[in-house]
Structures are given as structure tokens and as C-alpha cells.
Design a protein around this ligand. Structure first.
Ligand SMILES: C[S@@+](CC[C@H](N)C(=O)[O-])C[C@H]1O[C@@H](n2cnc3c(N)ncnc32)[C@H](O)[C@@H]1O
Length: 386
């Protein structure tokens, strides 16, 4: 892709490599990680990767940082390649969406006129920290999530100015649907915080494969909605061949995305998730889709399984990059679920986890799906049976 920020911005790993060549290289690495688990003569289990639907503008979320140039101008963009603190001023980002430049420029002007300093990661002083942008592909709503430290004074003035800023963003870029102001006084470099004010709407509405999802400012949602359909399709194709479909369990369920699709196939579905805000959204999403056969539990997966859960005809797991780990797998093995579907965004931890699962389970198929072009990551979904 022809990105003007190539060589400086640390956002993409392979901005200049051909889209198909990248996928071939990532698949080759994926194969290297997974082959030792498959064993000799089993290579046909690993299916050819499915490509990302959009070659550009595939992301629905970006985390931009505020910074300052040596001559004191506010910067807003991604961190410089191999630098944790320097910010590259972005005009546009070919991963997120045309129109971004208008929003970023308005914010830089706003910060310049604010008389409040940008947050400094060396001394942890300053006010403006991050701007997280989220958007919906189906409704074209754009959500601005501003993260600052807590102002020492003049809360009301900041609030008033942000309200004016929201109006300005909306009149210059009509897809703007909301501005959420979060406070974060923590020392770690993470673009999150506690909601303090909302201007406009706090959530986005997204449609995936005929279902509606409300995505709140602080909840996880898969990053690549156009390609997400391929994951849903793959799971649906595998699930419809399961002969007995009474109970399904969706572990690490987030806002209930996979649970709601499983609910079309199973008598009942339970979803388990640690983040209480995601559970709230999952309940809301079940209601919006009129899906009455799903229930959600706000719990740690290990603690949930340790209570001796069983009698599930299918268990779907979709853990964070760190994978399931030995403790969770020990509990998972005790469930004796006849089928497990493992959704993974990290082939290294997937391979480690499959090593522990495979003495008991057989790997039937592994389908890689390219959710993250221009990065080294490759999503995959694995079908395991007893
Ligand atoms: C990769 S996301 C998958 C979400 C969901 N399956 C989806 O497709 O939208 C992983 C989810 O696991 C949750 N999580 C992380 N650690 C957890 C734990 N120990 N117990 C339960 N949920 C956890 C995160 O909050 C996040 O929502």
C-alpha cells in the first residue's frame, strides 16, 4: 500500500509488501508453528488461509496518542517505529478509513488552543493522553474516545469546550456520532479509563451476518467486521454437522458475538466473560436480537470451569493472545465436551495449547483467516473432537 507515513509510523509491520505475499509469508510461519502438533501425514488438516475481505481500511478501532513536536506543536498519531514515546503526526491511516484526517486535524487545533499540556510519558505530567477512534462499517458511525488525566480545576469549562468540539466534529465530519471523555491518571501506557462525560451517543451499532451488536466505548469487539463474516461462516459450517445440539458454552464471550450465532443452532447457550461491561453489552445484544436462549456469566473462565461444568455438546473458546494456559485446559478437559472450537489470534499459544489438548482431542481442521493485514498476526479457528 502507498502510505505517506511509511518508514516512520510503527502502526504497520509490512506497509510496502504485496498483500498476497504477506499472507503467504504469514501462513508459512503459521504452518511452522502448527506442524509439530499435527504430526506426520496430517498436513491436510491445515486449510488454506482465507484472505481479508478489504485490502485497505479494514479496522474499526485505532488508538492514537497525543505528543508534542520539539517546537511545541501538538502531535496526534501512532508511535514512531521502534520508539515507545515519540508520536508520528498522521494525516490519514490506510487501515482505518477515509475521512480520518479531518478528525485528527480538528483535534490538533483544539489541543493547540486549549492551553493545557500534552501528557508526557517521561515525567507523567500533562493532560491530553489518547484519542481512540472506533467506527461501525454497517452504519458508518464514528465514535471519538478522548482520554485525559483528571483536570485539577475548571472541570465545567473543559466539559463545555468538549461539547462545542463535538458539535464541530459533527458539522465537519457528519459520521461523528459521539464523543466520550475518559479519565485516566494511571502510569501505564494504556488507552483506557473511566467514563466521565458523553456527548452524543456512547456506543456504536454494527451489523454482522444479519445480527445487530451494540459496541460500547470500553468493550472488546473484533477489529475487522468485513472479514468477521468468514469466521462466523466457518463456525456455522462446522456446527451444523454436530448431531446433538442441546447445550453450547462460549468461553471468553466478550459482548456475546459468537454466543448469538451459536444460539441459532443450539437449544441453549451460556457465555462466560470477565469484563462486566462486556457482559452488560452481551445481555443487551441478546435482547436487541430477540435471542432468548442465551445466558451470560460474569466470571473468570478458570473459576467458572472449576465449579465442575459439564454436559456441553460444544465448547467454543476465544481467549486473548496469551491463550488458554495449562490451568484452564486442565479444567476444560474435565468437561468431556465432545467438540471444542478454538478461535485464536496467536499461533504460538495455539500450538502450546493444542499440545496439551491433543492427547485427548483430535484436531479435525484448522482454518486460518487473515484479520490483520500489514501486521504479523493471523487469526485461526480449530475444530477438535473427542
Ligand atoms: C479475543 S476476545 C474474544 C471475545 C469474543 N469471543 C468475540 O469474538 O467478540 C477475549 C475476551 O476474553 C475476555 N477475558 C480475558 N481474560 C478472561 C478470563 N480470565 N475469563 C473470562 N474472560 C476473559 C476479554 O475481556 C475479552 O472480551
Amino acid at each position: 500500500m502507498n502510505c505517506p507515513h511509511f518508514g516512520q509510523c510503527g502502526g504497520c509491520a509490512y506497509p510496502h509488501q504485496d498483500f498476497w505475499q504477506q499472507l503467504a509469508d504469514k501462513f508459512q510461519k503459521f504452518r511452522q508453528e502448527i506442524t509439530p502438533v499435527l504430526g506426520p501425514g496430517q498436513s491436510e488438516i491445515l486449510l488454506a488461509p482465507r484472505a481479508c475481505v478489504n485490502q485497505l481500511y479494514y479496522r474499526n478501532k485505532m488508538e492514537f496518542a497525543f505528543g508534542q513536536s520539539p517546537d511545541g506543536q501538538p502531535l496526534l498519531g501512532l508511535r514512531r517505529k521502534r520508539s515507545f514515546r515519540e508520536v508520528v503526526n498522521l494525516d490519514d491511516c490506510l487501515l482505518f478509513g477515509p475521512g480520518l484526517a479531518t478528525t485528527l486535524n480538528l483535534w490538533r487545533n483544539f489541543i493547540q488552543e486549549s492551553n493545557r499540556p500534552v501528557y508526557n510519558l517521561y515525567n507523567h505530567q500533562g493532560f491530553w493522553r489518547y484519542l481512540v477512534m472506533r467506527k461501525s462499517f454497517s452504519t458508518n458511525q464514528w465514535l471519538n474516545i478522548l482520554i485525559t488525566t483528571t483536570p485539577e480545576n475548571n472541570f465545567a469549562t473543559v466539559q463545555q469546550k468538549l461539547e462545542q468540539m463535538f458539535k464541530k466534529l459533527k458539522s465537519n465530519f457528519p459520521p461523528t456520532s459521539g464523543l466520550v471523555w475518559l479519565l485516566n491518571d494511571g502510569l501505564s501506557d494504556t488507552a483506557t479509563g473511566k467514563i466521565f462525560s458523553v456527548f452524543g451517543q456512547e456506543y456504536l451499532t454494527e451489523e454482522i451476518a444479519g445480527k445487530t451488536f451494540l459496541i460500547h466505548s470500553l468493550t472488546f469487539f473484533q477489529i475487522n467486521p468485513p472479514t468477521l463474516n468468514l469466521l462466523i461462516q466457518t463456525i456455522n459450517d462446522w456446527v451444523k454437522n454436530i448431531s446433538y445440539r442441546q447445550r453450547a458454552l462460549d468461553l471468553y464471550c466478550g459482548v456475546g458475538l459468537l454466543s448469538l450465532f451459536l444460539a441459532d443452532w443450539f437449544g441453549s447457550v451460556s457465555g462466560v466473560e470477565l469484563n462486566p461491561q462486556s457482559i452488560q453489552s452481551a445481555i443487551e445484544n441478546a435482547r436487541v436480537n430477540n435471542q432468548k436462549n442465551v445466558g451470560f456469566f460474569n466470571a473468570d473462565v478458570y473459576e467458572y470451569l472449576k465449579k465442575g461444568q459439564n454436559n456441553f455438546d460444544l465448547i467454543v473458546v476465544d481467549p486473548p493472545r496469551a491463550g488458554l494456559g495449562k490451568k484452564v485446559i486442565e479444567q476444560l478437559l474435565k468437561t468431556n465436551s465432545p467438540t471444542i472450537i478454538y478461535v485464536s489470534c496467536n499461533p504460538r499459544t495455539l500450538a502450546d495449547d493444542l499440545k496439551i489438548l491433543t492427547p485427548k482431542y483430535k484436531i479435525k481442521k484448522i482454518q486460518p483467516i487473515d484479520f490483520f493485514p500489514y501486521t504479523p498476526h493471523l487469526e485461526s479457528v480449530t475444530l477438535l473432537t473427542l
